[in-house]
Design a protein around this ligand. Structure first.
Ligand SMILES: C[S@@+](CC[C@H](N)C(=O)[O-])C[C@H]1O[C@@H](n2cnc3c(N)ncnc32)[C@H](O)[C@@H]1O
Length: 301
Protein backbone atom coordinates (compact mmCIF):
# COMPACT_ATOMS: atom_id res chain seq x y z
CA UNK A 1 0.00 0.00 0.00
CA UNK A 2 1.25 3.50 -0.81
CA UNK A 3 1.42 6.27 1.81
CA UNK A 4 -1.65 7.73 0.17
CA UNK A 5 -3.50 4.43 0.68
CA UNK A 6 -2.33 4.23 4.30
CA UNK A 7 -3.75 7.69 4.89
CA UNK A 8 -7.02 6.62 3.29
CA UNK A 9 -7.25 3.60 5.60
CA UNK A 10 -6.57 5.90 8.56
CA UNK A 11 -9.39 8.15 7.28
CA UNK A 12 -11.78 5.19 7.11
CA UNK A 13 -10.89 4.34 10.70
CA UNK A 14 -11.55 7.92 11.82
CA UNK A 15 -14.85 7.90 9.91
CA UNK A 16 -16.17 4.99 11.98
CA UNK A 17 -17.10 7.11 15.02
CA UNK A 18 -18.68 9.78 12.82
CA UNK A 19 -20.73 7.13 10.98
CA UNK A 20 -21.65 5.41 14.26
CA UNK A 21 -23.62 8.39 15.43
CA UNK A 22 -24.85 9.45 11.99
CA UNK A 23 -26.51 6.22 10.85
CA UNK A 24 -30.29 6.57 10.58
CA UNK A 25 -31.57 4.31 13.34
CA UNK A 26 -35.17 3.85 12.05
CA UNK A 27 -33.78 2.56 8.76
CA UNK A 28 -31.42 0.23 10.59
CA UNK A 29 -34.31 -1.01 12.76
CA UNK A 30 -36.31 -1.75 9.62
CA UNK A 31 -33.34 -3.73 8.33
CA UNK A 32 -33.16 -5.73 11.57
CA UNK A 33 -36.92 -6.50 11.32
CA UNK A 34 -36.60 -7.52 7.68
CA UNK A 35 -33.67 -9.84 8.46
CA UNK A 36 -35.57 -11.38 11.34
CA UNK A 37 -38.64 -12.04 9.12
CA UNK A 38 -36.37 -13.46 6.46
CA UNK A 39 -34.65 -15.82 8.90
CA UNK A 40 -38.07 -17.02 10.14
CA UNK A 41 -39.32 -17.58 6.58
CA UNK A 42 -36.20 -19.52 5.51
CA UNK A 43 -35.13 -21.57 8.52
CA UNK A 44 -31.62 -23.06 8.29
CA UNK A 45 -30.54 -20.82 5.40
CA UNK A 46 -27.50 -18.60 5.88
CA UNK A 47 -27.62 -14.85 5.35
CA UNK A 48 -25.61 -14.01 2.24
CA UNK A 49 -24.33 -10.44 2.19
CA UNK A 50 -22.28 -8.58 -0.39
CA UNK A 51 -20.80 -5.23 0.52
CA UNK A 52 -19.38 -3.16 -2.34
CA UNK A 53 -16.80 -0.44 -1.82
CA UNK A 54 -16.37 -2.18 1.51
CA UNK A 55 -13.09 -0.56 2.54
CA UNK A 56 -11.85 -2.38 5.62
CA UNK A 57 -15.29 -3.83 6.39
CA UNK A 58 -16.32 -1.37 9.11
CA UNK A 59 -20.02 -1.94 8.46
CA UNK A 60 -19.72 -5.69 9.00
CA UNK A 61 -17.95 -5.23 12.34
CA UNK A 62 -20.46 -2.60 13.37
CA UNK A 63 -23.42 -4.82 12.45
CA UNK A 64 -22.00 -7.76 14.39
CA UNK A 65 -21.31 -5.54 17.42
CA UNK A 66 -24.76 -3.97 17.24
CA UNK A 67 -26.65 -7.22 16.77
CA UNK A 68 -28.02 -6.43 13.31
CA UNK A 69 -27.35 -10.00 12.12
CA UNK A 70 -28.50 -11.65 15.34
CA UNK A 71 -31.36 -13.50 13.62
CA UNK A 72 -28.74 -15.62 11.82
CA UNK A 73 -26.27 -18.20 13.15
CA UNK A 74 -24.59 -18.44 9.78
CA UNK A 75 -23.57 -15.34 7.81
CA UNK A 76 -21.61 -15.37 4.57
CA UNK A 77 -20.20 -11.90 3.99
CA UNK A 78 -18.38 -10.93 0.82
CA UNK A 79 -16.52 -7.60 0.65
CA UNK A 80 -15.65 -6.06 -2.70
CA UNK A 81 -13.25 -3.16 -3.12
CA UNK A 82 -11.04 -2.25 -6.03
CA UNK A 83 -8.25 -0.69 -3.97
CA UNK A 84 -5.22 -2.99 -3.80
CA UNK A 85 -4.02 -3.87 -0.32
CA UNK A 86 -7.40 -3.14 1.26
CA UNK A 87 -8.03 -6.88 1.79
CA UNK A 88 -4.97 -7.08 4.08
CA UNK A 89 -6.08 -4.01 5.98
CA UNK A 90 -9.55 -5.49 6.38
CA UNK A 91 -8.05 -8.77 7.64
CA UNK A 92 -5.97 -6.84 10.18
CA UNK A 93 -8.98 -4.81 11.32
CA UNK A 94 -11.10 -7.96 11.73
CA UNK A 95 -8.30 -9.78 13.59
CA UNK A 96 -7.99 -6.94 16.10
CA UNK A 97 -11.73 -6.50 16.47
CA UNK A 98 -12.57 -10.20 16.78
CA UNK A 99 -10.06 -10.67 19.57
CA UNK A 100 -11.52 -7.73 21.52
CA UNK A 101 -15.11 -8.78 20.83
CA UNK A 102 -14.52 -12.41 21.83
CA UNK A 103 -14.90 -14.02 18.38
CA UNK A 104 -12.51 -16.81 17.44
CA UNK A 105 -10.93 -16.22 14.04
CA UNK A 106 -9.50 -18.87 11.70
CA UNK A 107 -8.27 -18.60 8.09
CA UNK A 108 -10.24 -20.28 5.28
CA UNK A 109 -9.24 -20.91 1.64
CA UNK A 110 -10.60 -17.57 0.46
CA UNK A 111 -10.64 -15.43 3.60
CA UNK A 112 -11.35 -16.24 7.19
CA UNK A 113 -14.11 -17.26 9.51
CA UNK A 114 -15.06 -15.94 12.93
CA UNK A 115 -17.13 -17.88 15.45
CA UNK A 116 -18.71 -17.08 18.79
CA UNK A 117 -21.35 -18.88 20.86
CA UNK A 118 -22.21 -21.21 17.97
CA UNK A 119 -22.56 -18.35 15.47
CA UNK A 120 -20.37 -18.34 12.40
CA UNK A 121 -19.48 -15.55 9.98
CA UNK A 122 -17.41 -16.38 6.93
CA UNK A 123 -15.64 -13.40 5.42
CA UNK A 124 -14.34 -13.23 1.87
CA UNK A 125 -12.58 -10.30 0.26
CA UNK A 126 -12.65 -9.66 -3.49
CA UNK A 127 -10.15 -7.09 -4.75
CA UNK A 128 -11.65 -5.75 -7.94
CA UNK A 129 -14.19 -3.52 -9.54
CA UNK A 130 -17.74 -4.12 -8.35
CA UNK A 131 -19.03 -4.29 -11.93
CA UNK A 132 -16.68 -7.18 -12.68
CA UNK A 133 -17.32 -8.84 -9.31
CA UNK A 134 -21.10 -8.75 -9.54
CA UNK A 135 -21.08 -10.40 -12.96
CA UNK A 136 -19.49 -13.53 -11.53
CA UNK A 137 -21.43 -13.59 -8.27
CA UNK A 138 -24.35 -16.03 -8.23
CA UNK A 139 -27.84 -14.57 -8.06
CA UNK A 140 -27.88 -15.38 -4.37
CA UNK A 141 -27.44 -12.15 -2.44
CA UNK A 142 -29.91 -11.64 0.39
CA UNK A 143 -28.53 -8.24 1.34
CA UNK A 144 -26.44 -5.90 -0.81
CA UNK A 145 -24.70 -3.09 1.05
CA UNK A 146 -23.28 0.03 -0.61
CA UNK A 147 -21.88 2.10 2.25
CA UNK A 148 -20.57 5.59 1.47
CA UNK A 149 -19.73 4.67 -2.10
CA UNK A 150 -22.63 5.23 -4.51
CA UNK A 151 -21.73 8.89 -5.11
CA UNK A 152 -18.48 7.81 -6.79
CA UNK A 153 -20.23 5.29 -9.06
CA UNK A 154 -22.59 5.58 -12.04
CA UNK A 155 -25.75 5.22 -9.97
CA UNK A 156 -28.18 3.40 -12.26
CA UNK A 157 -25.53 0.96 -13.42
CA UNK A 158 -24.46 0.24 -9.84
CA UNK A 159 -28.04 -0.32 -8.70
CA UNK A 160 -28.81 -2.51 -11.70
CA UNK A 161 -25.76 -4.71 -11.21
CA UNK A 162 -26.46 -5.25 -7.52
CA UNK A 163 -30.21 -5.67 -7.81
CA UNK A 164 -29.68 -8.24 -10.58
CA UNK A 165 -27.85 -10.49 -8.08
CA UNK A 166 -30.51 -10.29 -5.33
CA UNK A 167 -32.56 -13.30 -4.28
CA UNK A 168 -36.35 -13.08 -4.03
CA UNK A 169 -37.27 -10.26 -1.63
CA UNK A 170 -33.57 -9.37 -1.45
CA UNK A 171 -32.57 -6.17 0.32
CA UNK A 172 -30.50 -3.22 -0.85
CA UNK A 173 -29.03 -0.99 1.86
CA UNK A 174 -27.19 2.23 1.03
CA UNK A 175 -26.13 3.99 4.23
CA UNK A 176 -24.18 7.27 4.35
CA UNK A 177 -24.94 8.26 0.78
CA UNK A 178 -23.86 11.87 0.24
CA UNK A 179 -26.71 14.21 -0.57
CA UNK A 180 -25.45 17.53 -1.74
CA UNK A 181 -24.89 19.76 1.27
CA UNK A 182 -21.62 20.62 2.97
CA UNK A 183 -21.37 23.32 5.62
CA UNK A 184 -18.44 24.68 7.58
CA UNK A 185 -18.76 27.10 10.48
CA UNK A 186 -17.76 29.82 11.22
CA UNK A 187 -18.82 30.92 7.74
CA UNK A 188 -16.21 32.26 5.33
CA UNK A 189 -16.80 34.60 2.39
CA UNK A 190 -15.37 32.02 -0.07
CA UNK A 191 -17.59 29.17 1.19
CA UNK A 192 -20.10 29.30 -1.66
CA UNK A 193 -17.44 29.40 -4.37
CA UNK A 194 -15.34 26.62 -2.80
CA UNK A 195 -18.19 24.32 -1.86
CA UNK A 196 -19.99 24.73 -5.20
CA UNK A 197 -16.75 23.72 -6.92
CA UNK A 198 -16.31 20.84 -4.45
CA UNK A 199 -19.79 19.51 -5.25
CA UNK A 200 -19.33 20.06 -9.00
CA UNK A 201 -16.11 18.01 -8.88
CA UNK A 202 -18.11 14.99 -7.72
CA UNK A 203 -19.99 14.74 -11.01
CA UNK A 204 -18.65 13.13 -14.18
CA UNK A 205 -19.69 10.28 -16.46
CA UNK A 206 -18.49 7.73 -13.90
CA UNK A 207 -19.83 9.33 -10.74
CA UNK A 208 -23.38 10.00 -9.66
CA UNK A 209 -22.57 13.37 -8.18
CA UNK A 210 -23.42 15.36 -5.12
CA UNK A 211 -27.13 14.52 -4.83
CA UNK A 212 -26.85 10.76 -5.01
CA UNK A 213 -28.81 10.28 -1.76
CA UNK A 214 -31.94 11.94 -3.16
CA UNK A 215 -31.39 10.41 -6.60
CA UNK A 216 -31.53 6.96 -5.00
CA UNK A 217 -35.10 7.63 -3.91
CA UNK A 218 -36.23 7.80 -7.52
CA UNK A 219 -33.68 5.40 -9.04
CA UNK A 220 -34.48 2.44 -6.78
CA UNK A 221 -38.22 2.27 -7.57
CA UNK A 222 -37.29 2.30 -11.28
CA UNK A 223 -35.11 -0.76 -10.66
CA UNK A 224 -37.93 -3.02 -9.45
CA UNK A 225 -37.42 -2.31 -5.79
CA UNK A 226 -39.58 -0.59 -3.18
CA UNK A 227 -38.16 1.75 -0.60
CA UNK A 228 -38.82 0.44 2.90
CA UNK A 229 -37.15 3.20 4.86
CA UNK A 230 -34.97 6.26 4.33
CA UNK A 231 -33.67 9.11 6.41
CA UNK A 232 -30.86 11.53 7.10
CA UNK A 233 -27.48 10.30 8.31
CA UNK A 234 -25.68 13.61 8.49
CA UNK A 235 -22.09 13.86 9.59
CA UNK A 236 -21.80 16.52 12.27
CA UNK A 237 -18.39 17.17 13.78
CA UNK A 238 -17.90 20.03 16.21
CA UNK A 239 -15.39 20.98 18.91
CA UNK A 240 -14.12 19.67 21.20
CA UNK A 241 -12.84 16.89 18.93
CA UNK A 242 -11.54 13.45 19.71
CA UNK A 243 -8.26 12.56 17.96
CA UNK A 244 -10.26 10.54 15.43
CA UNK A 245 -12.55 13.49 14.67
CA UNK A 246 -9.58 15.86 14.31
CA UNK A 247 -7.99 13.51 11.78
CA UNK A 248 -11.33 13.04 10.00
CA UNK A 249 -11.73 16.83 9.59
CA UNK A 250 -8.17 17.23 8.36
CA UNK A 251 -8.89 14.62 5.66
CA UNK A 252 -12.15 16.32 4.66
CA UNK A 253 -10.16 19.55 4.16
CA UNK A 254 -7.66 17.45 2.19
CA UNK A 255 -10.45 16.13 -0.06
CA UNK A 256 -11.69 19.70 -0.69
CA UNK A 257 -8.13 20.77 -1.55
CA UNK A 258 -7.54 17.85 -3.93
CA UNK A 259 -10.88 18.05 -5.74
CA UNK A 260 -11.28 21.84 -5.95
CA UNK A 261 -7.58 22.29 -6.72
CA UNK A 262 -7.65 19.91 -9.68
CA UNK A 263 -11.00 21.22 -10.91
CA UNK A 264 -9.49 24.59 -11.88
CA UNK A 265 -12.65 26.66 -11.31
CA UNK A 266 -11.43 28.45 -8.17
CA UNK A 267 -8.43 30.79 -8.06
CA UNK A 268 -5.37 29.43 -6.28
CA UNK A 269 -5.21 32.38 -3.85
CA UNK A 270 -8.84 31.99 -2.87
CA UNK A 271 -8.47 28.24 -2.27
CA UNK A 272 -5.23 28.66 -0.33
CA UNK A 273 -6.73 31.45 1.84
CA UNK A 274 -9.82 29.37 2.60
CA UNK A 275 -7.79 26.27 3.47
CA UNK A 276 -5.37 28.26 5.68
CA UNK A 277 -8.28 29.68 7.63
CA UNK A 278 -9.98 26.30 7.97
CA UNK A 279 -6.78 24.56 9.15
CA UNK A 280 -6.17 27.31 11.72
CA UNK A 281 -9.76 26.93 12.95
CA UNK A 282 -9.27 23.17 13.18
CA UNK A 283 -6.07 23.67 15.18
CA UNK A 284 -7.84 26.14 17.47
CA UNK A 285 -10.83 23.78 17.92
CA UNK A 286 -13.20 26.29 16.30
CA UNK A 287 -14.25 24.46 13.15
CA UNK A 288 -17.61 22.76 12.75
CA UNK A 289 -18.47 20.57 9.76
CA UNK A 290 -21.82 19.20 8.58
CA UNK A 291 -22.37 16.95 5.56
CA UNK A 292 -25.83 15.81 4.58
CA UNK A 293 -26.16 12.08 3.82
CA UNK A 294 -29.09 9.70 3.40
CA UNK A 295 -29.53 6.07 4.42
CA UNK A 296 -31.87 4.12 2.15
CA UNK A 297 -33.22 0.57 2.47
CA UNK A 298 -35.10 -1.03 -0.42
CA UNK A 299 -36.50 -4.48 -1.18
CA UNK A 300 -36.78 -6.31 -4.47
CA UNK A 301 -40.43 -6.29 -5.67
C1 LIG B 1 -15.50 6.25 0.87
S1 LIG B 1 -14.86 4.64 0.79
C2 LIG B 1 -16.01 3.79 1.82
C3 LIG B 1 -15.46 2.51 2.40
C4 LIG B 1 -16.38 1.82 3.39
N1 LIG B 1 -17.67 1.51 2.79
C5 LIG B 1 -16.58 2.68 4.61
O1 LIG B 1 -17.46 3.54 4.59
O2 LIG B 1 -15.81 2.51 5.57
C6 LIG B 1 -15.34 4.07 -0.82
C7 LIG B 1 -14.65 2.77 -1.20
O3 LIG B 1 -15.22 2.33 -2.43
C8 LIG B 1 -14.18 1.76 -3.22
N2 LIG B 1 -14.65 1.82 -4.62
C9 LIG B 1 -14.88 2.92 -5.37
N3 LIG B 1 -15.30 2.57 -6.59
C10 LIG B 1 -15.33 1.22 -6.63
C11 LIG B 1 -15.66 0.27 -7.65
N4 LIG B 1 -16.05 0.65 -8.87
N5 LIG B 1 -15.58 -1.02 -7.33
C12 LIG B 1 -15.17 -1.44 -6.11
N6 LIG B 1 -14.83 -0.58 -5.11
C13 LIG B 1 -14.91 0.74 -5.37
C14 LIG B 1 -12.96 2.60 -2.91
O4 LIG B 1 -11.77 1.90 -3.19
C15 LIG B 1 -13.15 2.89 -1.42
O5 LIG B 1 -12.48 1.97 -0.61
Amino acid sequence: MTRHDERFVRYLKSKEVVDDRALHRPTMSTLVDELSDRADARPGEPLRVVSVGAGTGAMCRRFLSWGVFDAYDDVKYVMVDRRKGMADRAAAAFAEWSQEAGWEAAPTVDGFQIERHGRRVSLTYVTGDLFDATVVLPKAIDLAIAHAVLDVLPLNRAIESLVSRLTEDGLFYAPITFDGRTTFRPSHNADDEILDAYHDSMEDENSSGAETGSDLLSALPMADTSILSAGGSDWVVHPPYSDEERFFLSRILGFVKESVGSNGGVGETTLRGWLDTRHKQLEAEELTYVAHNLDVLAKLD
